[in-house]
Design a protein around this ligand. Structure first.
Ligand code: ADP
Ligand code: ZN
Ligand code: ZN
Length: 804
């Protein structure tokens, strides 16, 4: 008897372990760890992952597995192990960790087809009856028929048939009808079979054998190229000269783009020096972590590409993480150009069907490079040669929901498992990584100069308080406006950056000071011009814009602050001849619109690109010579110790868009706090001085990288319940953790209420607390029942990136 240990799909404390199931005889030898199965669980049938296979069970009575859902494991042995580690480290359930590693499209229940892999007439009679002249049959028809299953199992093992799974509806694989020549087309003179009268058929067979001796070609392609009707093809299929098959066609989201074989630049001396130790680590299979700090435009991406070349030569695979990759089509192009069809692209802007296809290319070992956003870190490669994380400081590498992992942390684990190097790149590394480099935990590599030797752009910092004193109430300082005029005359391009967070328009009554806030969340509503309504960005609540103040009935209620729409209107007033492309959530929500807008800006169809965070990264357009940051300090005042770091990073990123080619770039930064060190050091492009000063702040405040932080947030509709629970958690932690560890709070969260639930938080600051993970897991399990039944939520965030 064989048994499977199965992790069932119920995220709860009682089920956070493997359950034993009997492997039915007909599935013995087929079921492997990492496959999904259906199993009886109480009165229900639920899905689960096979974790291990054993010959023993402690239990007196075990129920059999109902159904096998995958013909091949979806999780490799490595990913099964990684999931265990991840569940523990991020305080979540095993099933949650495993689910996050596979694309959501395959979580649906697939339909399985048995497909013939050989000529039907060579099958044994029993199988012939099953297939009855068809190429494929539905597995579900036989899954309860023991005898047939035994037959099929043998056939699968002998590889005369294979199991393929098909997802229903939109994630269905796209199939194309193809033809290829049969063996008999070569064994016998085809003219004899066709006969003399069907000249066209003979002609076509000659043509086809010449052009496509053995490969399968789409029928549509053939009819177009040879100018024949499908009837001719059909009769040749009937005569056994051609074989017609349905072949899976991948939905390639990049299929309409041409990727030229690129000029591969000669490396600069700096790039060569940086590559030497990386190459050595790849070649020697060393698990070494490199931190590559290179100014914007220093050629980091070329270093990534060369590293991957070495990895591919070695026959190994590479993962490249890029933040929100959909936002940088240019980046994807560079990988596609260099490595062509060896690249799969995994990111959130793809449809779930496309995501599934790209993932399957990795799963089936059809590609060697996966380029993607955060979750691509789980690409199921088995011979990893390097993991590259570009813009390693980016907050989006941390998942804000279960499992709350950081891609960098997973990369280090996988690099250790595969004994391969990790390459972290950034112009503005996170202080955590930079500190590790200073302690030689990471190897620091630097590219201090731009490839083209063009100087870093000149940065002007404008004090907006002075502008106001001069009577300038516009969003543009005099200097910025002047420079914009100049660029438009010279036919050069401008990027205007507006920080969305904290700077979107909110409504205020100038008479009584009333501000419109969400009735469910402690947060102001944002005014949206299209539709003239007010929206909550946390819960989606919206209401029409009011004409009079609900408090004092004054008519002097209006929106305040500056959104991209309003800035666009102002540009139209001030510079009527300027052509503006606006990029924000409103103009880029449709699929592909982001890439289209960028393309038209690149083509010179506009003078000004106006946008939010999404334009800060990756743009590499030679004609951009002016970058304007409309309000540099909006992010500075968020209740978050990383606010100065984020401000510095953002200003550096945005400035990096200017002067990337031969033309010198200029940057104008508008701010109300011109003297802040994050703005001052960004002005001089001085990462080292910034990090020195910021490290001092962190040390004084007891923040990372000097201390680790864990944030526990409790939320419930009943505020007394929230206070009671968070008090209990805090005092439990105080009792059990070491005295050096600081437990702050419980205190009300910066956003005190979301979706009608009150929120309190506890912050744990520690240097060395080996018991913490266990204690937190204990707490998580202890409150599990209440969390399931009672709307109580306790979120535990190790190394949080957000403190809201
Ligand atoms: P980063 O990623 O550091 O911002 P990129 O890799 O985008 O910099 O490089 C900036 C520009 O320089 C790109 O247009 C790139 O094609 C070009 N480039 C990179 N390396 C070289 C090289 N060795 N010789 C010439 N051009 C290069
Ligand atoms: Zn009012
Ligand atoms: Zn709300």
């Amino acid at each position: 008897m064989m048994y499977a240990k199965v992790i069932v799909d119920v995220a709860a404390a009682q089920t956070n372990k493997a359950f034993d199931y009997l492997i039915p005889e007909e599935l013995e030898g087929l079921i492997q760890p990492g496959m999904r199965v259906t199993v009886p669980f109480g009165p229900r049938k639920i899905q689960g992952f096979v974790w291990q296979i054993t010959e023993h069970t402690e239990l007196a009575r075990v129920k059999p597995i109902t159904e096998m859902l995958d013909p091949y494991p979806v999780l490799t042995e490595e990913l099964l192990k990684l999931g265990e580690w991840l569940a523990l480290e991020t305080v979540c359930f095993l099933i949650t960790a495993y689910q996050s590693m596979i694309p959501s499209a395959i979580r649906a229940k697939p339909k399985k087809l048995l497909q013939l892999k050989m000529d039907e007439k060579d099958l044994n009679p029993a199988l012939q009856t099953i297939f009855a002249g068809k190429q494929s049959v539905d597995w579900a028809k036989f899954s309860n028929d023991k005898q047939t299953m035994a037959l099929l199992k043998k056939a699968i093992q002998e590889e005369t048939i294979e199991v393929e799974y098909f997802l229903k509806d939109q994630t269905k694989k796209k199939m194309v009808r193809t033809i290829r020549t049969s063996d008999s087309a070569y064994a016998i003179d085809h003219q004899q079979i066709i006969g003399n009268r069907a000249k066209k058929q003979v002609q076509f067979m000659n043509w086809f054998k010449n052009n496509f001796p053995s490969e399968a070609v789409a029928i549509q392609t053939v009819t177009e190229q040879a100018g024949v009707t499908t009837n001719i093809i059909r009769s040749l299929v009937n005569k056994g000269l051609l074989i017609e098959e349905a072949v899976e066609e991948y939905r390639d989201p990049y299929e309409n783009q041409e990727f030229e074989q690129p000029k591969r630049p000669n490396l600069t001396t700096q790039q060569r020096e940086v590559l030497d130790p990386i190459d050595a680590a790849v070649t020697d299979s060393n698990h070494e972590a490199f931190l590559l700090r290179g100014v914007t435009g220093s050629g980091k991406t070329e270093v990534y590409l060369r590293t991957i070349e070495t990895v591919l030569e070695k026959g190994e695979e590479a993962i490249v993480l890029v933040p929100e990759i959909s936002l940088t089509p240019q980046m994807v192009e560079r990988f596609k150009e260099r490595f062509g069809s060896q690249v799969a692209v995994l990111h959130s802007a793809l449809s779930s069907g496309e995501k599934y296809d790209e993932w399957r290319k990795v799963h089936r070992k059809e590609v060697k490079v996966a380029v993607g956003a955060r979750s691509a870190i789980f690409a199921p490669f088995e011979n990893l040669g390097v993991i590259i994380i570009d813009e390693e400081h980016e907050g989006s590498y941390k998942q804000e929901d279960h499992p709350r992992y950081h891609a960098r942390q997973v990369a280090l684990w996988r690099g250790n498992y595969h004994s391969c190097p990790i390459l972290l790149g950034s112009a503005t590394p996170s202080l955590e990584s930079y500190a590790r480099a200073s302690r030689h935990v990471f190897t620091l590599l630097e590219l201090p100069d731009r490839v083209n030797k063009v100087a870093m752009p000149e940065v002007d910092v404008i004090d907006m308080r002075d502008e106001l004193k001069k009577g300038n109430r516009s969003a543009f300082s005099e200097l910025l406006l002047e420079k914009m005029q100049d660029r438009i005359e010279k036919n050069e391009q401008i990027v205007l950056f507006l920080n969305r967070r904290g700077y979107s328009t909110f409504v205020i009554c100038r008479n009584c000071g009333y501000t419109a806030a969400c009735p469910h969340c402690e947060i102001t509503l944002t005014y949206h011009h299209t539709g003239r309504n007010l929206k909550c960005h946390y819960c989606g609540y919206h209401e029409p814009m009011m004409n009079t103040c609900p408090e004092c009935e004054s008519e002097h209620i209006r929106f305040f602050g500056t959104g991209t729409q309003k800035v666009q209107e102002e540009i139209t007033n001030l510079l009527p001849e300027a052509r503006v492309i606006r990029m924000d959530v409103d103009t880029t929500s449709r699929k592909g619109s982001h890439a289209k807008l960028l393309q038209s800006f690149r083509n010179g169809e506009a003078d000004i690109l106006l946008g939010t965070q999404m334009i800060a990264k990756g743009l590499d357009f030679p004609k951009i010579t002016l970058v304007g940051v409309l309000a540099a300090d909006t992010m500075l005042h968020l209740p978050d110790f990383r606010a100065p770091e984020r401000t510095f990073q953002l200003l550096t990123q945005v400035s990096g868009r200017a002067g990337r080619d031969k033309l010198l770039g200029e940057v104008v930064v508008q701010t109300y706090t011109p003297d802040h060190y994050s703005i001052q050091h960004a002005k001089t492009h001085d990462f080292k001085s910034f990090s020195l000063e910021e490290m001092g702040q962190r040390k004084r405040g007891g923040y990372p990288p000097y201390y680790y932080i864990t944030l526990v947030t409790v939320a419930h509709e009943d505020i007394t319940k929230v206070i009671k629970t968070s008090d209990k958690i805090a005092s439990y932690l105080k009792q059990t953790l070491s005295p050096e560890t600081k437990i702050l709070g419980p205190t009300v969260s910066p956003i005190a209420r979301i979706k009608d639930r009150y929120r309190y938080q506890c912050m744990i600051k520690y240097k060395n607390e080996p018991e913490l993970i266990n204690k937190l897991n204990e707490i998580h399990f202890h409150y599990q029942k209440e969390m399931a039944n009672n709307h109580l939520s306790i979120s535990i965030d190790m190394n949080p990136q957000m403190f809201m």
